[in-house]
Structure formats: structure tokens, C-alpha cells
Ligand binder design. Structure first.
Ligand code: INI
Length: 155
């Protein structure tokens, strides 16, 4: 086939990456952070090129991701948090605002963002997605961000 195809190599060498993570449900979020860092280092990145920013909860993640993106110092950002449904609609507001904010900031700044926000009905679901039987969303978010950075470099 003669079609030109652009794909990203999963190589983090030389990239400056921001990780923006919530402290709420930190025993889950810490596993997402470990997964993302481990993934990036195993794919050629250096811990010296990673910057971790911690914030109170998922609601606060977009504003920090925005400020990091606007510095121009980061090739990509991984957004990590865990929202677990409670008895009130609070869950929906927090998830929606975080997702909307991250999508908007990524579009406005052109900085790729990996969206690693767990939105779970139960603690068990969160544990499953933080490094046990349903994988690790931190790894997936880091991988998606990395692939997007490498694709955008070529377009
Ligand atoms: N923040 C989370 O990151 N996860 C949650 O599960 C959560 N719940 O359930 O309330 C949560 N709430 C806090 C929110 O993100 C803000 O920090 C808070 O509203 C202050 O602005």
C-alpha cells in the first residue's frame, strides 16, 4: 500500500512529562501514579524529566493541568484521580467537570493529556483498575499520552 500512515512510537526518551494527581482516594491514586511512572521509565523516559503535582481532588486537576500546559515546559501531561460514587450526585459533578476541563485544556493548549480518572461505582472497581485484575489506568493514560505526543510530532 502506498498510503502514508502516521503512528507514534512508544518511546518517552527526552520527553518532559507532567503528572497531575489527586490526593482524594490516595491509596488508589498512588497506584495509578506508580503505574504511570513505571511505564514511562520502562519506555525510555527518565524520572528526572517527570514532574508530579498533587491536588486535593479530581475537581482541581484541570486547573493545574492547564497551568502546566501553558508553561510550554511539558510535552505531555497525565491526569490521574479516582472518583468513587457515593449516595449523592456529587460524583457526577466531579467526574464531569474533570473530564470536560481536561478535554478543553488539551484542545486549547495543544498539549496531549492522558485521561486517567477512575470513575467507579465501588471501591472494588477502583482497586481492580489500579493495578489488579482490570489493569492499571495510570499505565493506560501514560501510554495514550505518549502515543499522542509522538503522533502529533509527525503531523
Ligand atoms: N474527589 C476525588 O478525587 N474523588 C472522589 O471520589 C471525590 N468524592 O467522592 O467526593 C472527590 N471529591 C472532592 C472534589 O474533587 C474536590 O476536591 C472538592 O469538591 C473541593 O473542591
Amino acid at each position: 500500500m502506498s498510503m502514508k500512515t502516521i503512528e507514534g512510537q512508544l518511546n518517552a526518551k527526552g520527553l518532559k512529562i507532567g503528572i497531575v494527581a489527586a490526593r482524594f482516594n490516595d491509596f488508589i491514586v498512588d497506584r495509578l501514579i506508580s503505574g504511570a511512572v513505571d511505564y514511562l521509565v520502562r519506555h525510555g523516559g527518565s524520572e528526572d524529566d517527570l514532574t508530579l503535582v498533587r491536588l486535593p481532588g479530581a475537581f482541581e486537576l484541570p486547573i493545574a493541568a492547564r497551568k502546566m500546559a501553558l508553561t510550554g515546559d511539558f510535552d505531555g501531561i497525565v491526569v490521574l484521580g479516582a472518583v468513587i460514587r457515593g449516595a449523592t450526585p456529587h460524583f457526577d459533578y466531579v467526574c464531569n467537570e474533570c473530564a470536560k476541563g481536561v478535554a478543553q485544556i488539551s484542545m486549547d493548549t495543544g498539549v496531549p493529556m492522558g485521561f486517567g480518572l477512575l470513575t467507579c461505582d465501588s471501591l472494588d472497581q477502583a482497586i481492580e483498575r489500579a493495578g489488579s485484575k482490570a489493569g492499571n489506568k495510570g499505565v493506560e493514560a501514560a501510554s495514550a499520552m505518549l502515543e499522542t505526543v509522538r503522533v502529533l510530532e509527525q503531523i
